[in-house]
Design a protein around this ligand. Structure first.
Ligand SMILES: [Zn+2]
Ligand SMILES: [Zn+2]
Length: 300
């Protein structure tokens, strides 16, 4: 069975949350990994509403130190302390992030009884056998990162077939995974009959930035891009001044990077009553664009 990447859109608003949209936060779940992208105000309550356990968070990736992306962090860290979080929490951010983070911890005086590892990152900054994470600089009013989560292509063992052939767990499974045929209880089994290939998957998170062509290369061949769409294409000049993307620019990044899907996030309350305007503009450039509601879940 293929394991899916699940994206929980906890908050999709821009700087000012609205009645329907919370500050930005997206939780990516892949097997035992729960990676939180940004942590705007109210994120932990949104997690409760989504029936997600904050103690299962493994990593937090912060784009930048503007309130709508970090105001929920102190509260969440405090809750983890009170809830017996017992892992090392890895938090990543852009240049200058560490100092801001340390100031925040100092100001709140919460009892911290677990380990936090904070890193300022760019380029590939985490890798294990299943996936890697990378960051690149956006073009915003303060240092800001865009991120990629890339699940590697992998050979998986077909557990249904193991059951069918009554093959139990053991070191022989590692051999099969390496593509080697095995002899199990006197019978020969071909590796290719007991495994299947899972394709690689890429998710890109691009928020708070001016249009920048390097982002096209960064998001190349993404299966899904979450991109900010703070302004309508009609307000391109304003978007440039405030260092944000328009709906059309987000769509251009998706199109030129040959990505498969685009999800518009970081939506302005200005379009609360009529988000279709933003959506239609983007769709003119890139057909596979959607707008999500808070607490929507997508699978990749
Ligand atoms: Zn923002
Ligand atoms: Zn910002």
């Amino acid at each position: 069975m293929t394991s899916k990447i699940k994206l929980h859109f906890l908050g999709t608003a821009d700087a000012i949350p609205s009645e329907r949209r919370n500050h930005l936060a997206v939780l990516l779940n892949y097997e035992g990994e729960n990676i939180l992208f940004d942590c705007g105000e109210g994120t932990q309550r949104q997690m409760r509403r989504a029936k997600l356990n904050p103690c299962k968070i493994t990593k937090i990736l912060i784009s930048h130190w503007h309130g709508d992306h970090v105001l929920g962090l102190a509260g969440l860290l405090s809750t983890l302390s009170l809830s017996g979080y017992n892992k090392t929490l890895n938090i990543y951010g852009p240049r200058g992030f560490k100092r801001n983070f340390e100031e925040m911890v100092r100001l709140f005086h919460f009892e911290k009884n677990y380990k936090i590892n904070v890193e300022e990152v760019s380029g590939k900054f985490f890798e294990n056998e299943n996936f890697y994470l990378e960051a690149t600089s956006a073009d915003h009013t303060i240092p800001c990162n865009s991120y990629n989560f890339v699940k590697k292509a992998t050979i998986r063992i077909d557990k249904d077939k193991l059951k069918r052939y009554k093959i139990k767990e053991g070191p022989h499974l590692q051999e099969i995974k390496k593509g080697k045929d095995i002899v199990y209880e006197g019978k020969k089994y071909k590796a290719k009959d007991l495994t299947f290939k899972e394709e690689d998957k890429k998710i890109s998170f691009i928020v708070d930035t001016r249009y920048k062509k390097e982002l096209i290369e960064f998001a190349k061949d993404s299966d899904l891009i979450m991109a900010e769409s703070t302004f309508s294409a009609k307000l391109e000049k304003e978007a440039h001044e405030k260092m944000h993307l328009t709906s059309k620019q987000a769509a251009e990044i998706a199109k030129k990077s040959k990505s498969k899907r685009l999800v518009l996030v970081h939506l302005s309350a200005r379009y609360e009553k009529n988000p279709k305007q933003i959506l239609e503009e983007a769709k003119e450039v890139f057909k596979d664009t959607i707008i999500v509601k808070d607490l929507d879940v997508l699978e990749v």
